[in-house]
Write a protein that binds this ligand. Structure first.
Ligand SMILES: [Zn+2]
Length: 233
């Protein structure tokens, strides 16, 4: 009972950090050019399109951006996707398919700046360079009132990790990194994977970004909707 009360307090506190939308990418990109992107397996436009190929995925994203006159395509929280069908670590027959996405993705040009949405310190970082993983990844720790929680930034450029150390402070709005290229990020069209995590369960520089359906009751509580904070609707 106390756990649920604490959790609701955290969600309320996250929601009240800012009245306005928080730009997580370069602030020269106007918020109104962030447009929703549906990569779910239910999106009829994706039938027959192999979005596991990063260049085909990029073509589809470019089509959506053009149609909606956007610069950043975003979305994906709790989206059930076909994006991981080619990656054994997500589809190994010994375990249930992991295809439900636990963060929000922000698809934009490689090299685009990533800003920290709220004050934090570096918890850990790593280059998760197995194909289908996050590539360069940073996890920040945040303390908000009585709550401690974490934000994960995945698919960054390699030089985003330069000069980092555990405990390094970032103020809201400071640059934490840049979007990586497909050869570094690892094998995706350029994007930021942004995820909120309550309990890292002992992980360092990594945390699952997708889960199987049976695990969803746990993960949707442990990884709240980042848009509570970012308010991009
Ligand atoms: Zn993602």
């Amino acid at each position: 009972m106390i756990y649920f009360w604490m959790m609701n307090r955290l969600l309320n506190d996250l929601h009240s950090i800012s009245k306005n939308a928080i730009p997580i990418l370069d602030t020269i990109i106007p918020i109104h050019t962030y447009v929703p992107l549906d990569l779910s397996k239910d999106n009829g436009e994706l039938i027959g399109i192999n979005i596991t190929d990063f260049s085909i995925c990029q073509n589809y994203i470019d089509t959506v951006l053009k149609r909606k006159q956007g610069i950043v395509a975003y979305g994906g929280y709790l989206e059930e996707r076909n994006l991981y069908n080619d990656t054994e670590s997500f589809t190994a027959t010994s375990s249930p398919i992991r295809n439900i996405h636990l963060g929000i993705d922000f698809w934009c040009a490689a090299g685009t700046i990533v800003n920290v949405p709220l004050n934090g310190t570096v918890h850990s970082f790593d280059y998760n360079n197995v194909v289908g993983d996050y590539g360069p990844t940073i996890i920040l720790k945040h303390v908000l009132g009585t709550h401690t929680f974490y934000t994960l930034y995945g698919h960054l450029s390699l030089d985003s990790l330069d000069g980092l150390f555990v405990g390094k402070e970032f103020k809201a709005g400071e640059i934490v990194g840049r979007l990586g290229t497909p050869d570094i990020n690892v094998n995706y069209a350029p994007h930021l994977h942004f995820q909120m995590i309550r309990n890292l369960e002992g992980n360092q520089g990594d945390y699952p970004g997708v889960c199987a359906k049976a695990q969803l009751p746990f993960y949707r509580k442990n990884c709240p909707d980042p848009n509570l904070l970012l308010k991009l609707d």
